[in-house]
Design a protein. Structure first.
Length: 276
């Protein structure tokens, strides 16, 4: 089988935090690798469990780093969460929005009305991360979830990487509401659940996608659950010892130090992860 990138894959699904950038800075090798993929004619889609920012802000960040990207090439867990929410609430409903601007933007672009209080008669709850998420917001979520409203989480990541280390992720905030209410979300938009990847693949019409990430329990597990090949890059949260212990759906197809593996001349056979 040919080892050329374009012969193997017709879409690259990039996780963002820990793969393309950490905070405001590009991950070493990422810009060069993505540019090489573009030059080889392979489509790129940026999928993120981080629901704090709308796609336009993600695109602005990518362009500042030197990556040519468009808004329809960015898919967030907030968007995937809204898709799931539509299975449980009527179109145009009021929805209690817990999180940052990305959560509010995803609701508005699908015609829902985001509200910030359980007293505003919402029909459901969408909970995602926000950098200024407050106790008051979690309290409103607790009231609404206790009342039995449909509750969708954008993702369940316990942490996310920052330039100072790992910070609490949306999963940690969801656990606070779950602990207070005794309930669990009825749906999750982000990885490792399939909604986020399915939405990205459907937009492109791809038939040979590759999932690229830095986390075994979200990125790699998501790709394996869908039956698509996966590439783990060692630029984020996964350590060599954690990789050595990977099992089941968390075993990647390929492993590379960083995204420079996307440049021409890479032997994908050599990148295959042979778990011993």
């Amino acid at each position: 089988m040919s080892q050329e990138l374009a012969d193997l894959f017709d879409l690259l699904l990039f996780d963002l935090d820990g793969v393309v950038y950490i905070g405001p800075h590009a991950v070493p090798g990422a810009i060069e690798g993505i540019r090489a993929a573009h030059e080889q004619g392979v489509r790129c889609c940026y999928i993120t469990n981080n629901a704090s920012r709308p796609p336009a802000e993600v695109v602005e960040h990518l362009r500042e780093l030197g990556i040519d990207a468009a808004a329809d090439e960015v898919v967030t867990s907030a968007q995937a969460g809204v898709t799931l929410l539509g299975e449980h609430v009527p179109a145009g409903s009021r929805i209690l929005a817990i999180g940052g601007p990305g959560v509010f933007a995803a609701l508005r672009e699908r015609g829902y009305v985001p509200v910030v209080s359980a007293d505003d008669e919402p029909a459901g709850v969408l909970q995602g991360i926000g950098m200024d998420l407050s106790w008051a917001a979690l309290t409103e979520a607790t009231f609404a979830v206790t009342a039995g409203l449909p509750w969708i989480a954008t993702n369940l990541d316990a942490t996310f990487p920052t330039t100072r280390g790992l910070a609490p992720g949306n999963g940690s905030m969801v656990e606070a509401v779950a602990h207070a209410t005794g309930r669990r979300p009825i749906g999750v938009g982000g990885k490792p659940e399939p909604a986020l990847l399915n939405e990205a693949i459907a937009r492109s019409g791809a038939t040979r996608p590759l999932m690229i990430g830095d986390r075994l329990d979200t990125d790699i597990a998501a790709g394996n659950r869908l039956g698509i090949p996966t590439l783990l890059v060692m630029t984020g949260v996964t350590s060599a010892s954690e990789l050595a212990c990977a099992a089941g759906a968390e075993v990647p197809t390929y492993v590379a130090p960083d995204l420079s593996c996307l440049r021409p001349g890479t032997s994908w056979h050599d990148l295959q992860w042979d778990k011993r």
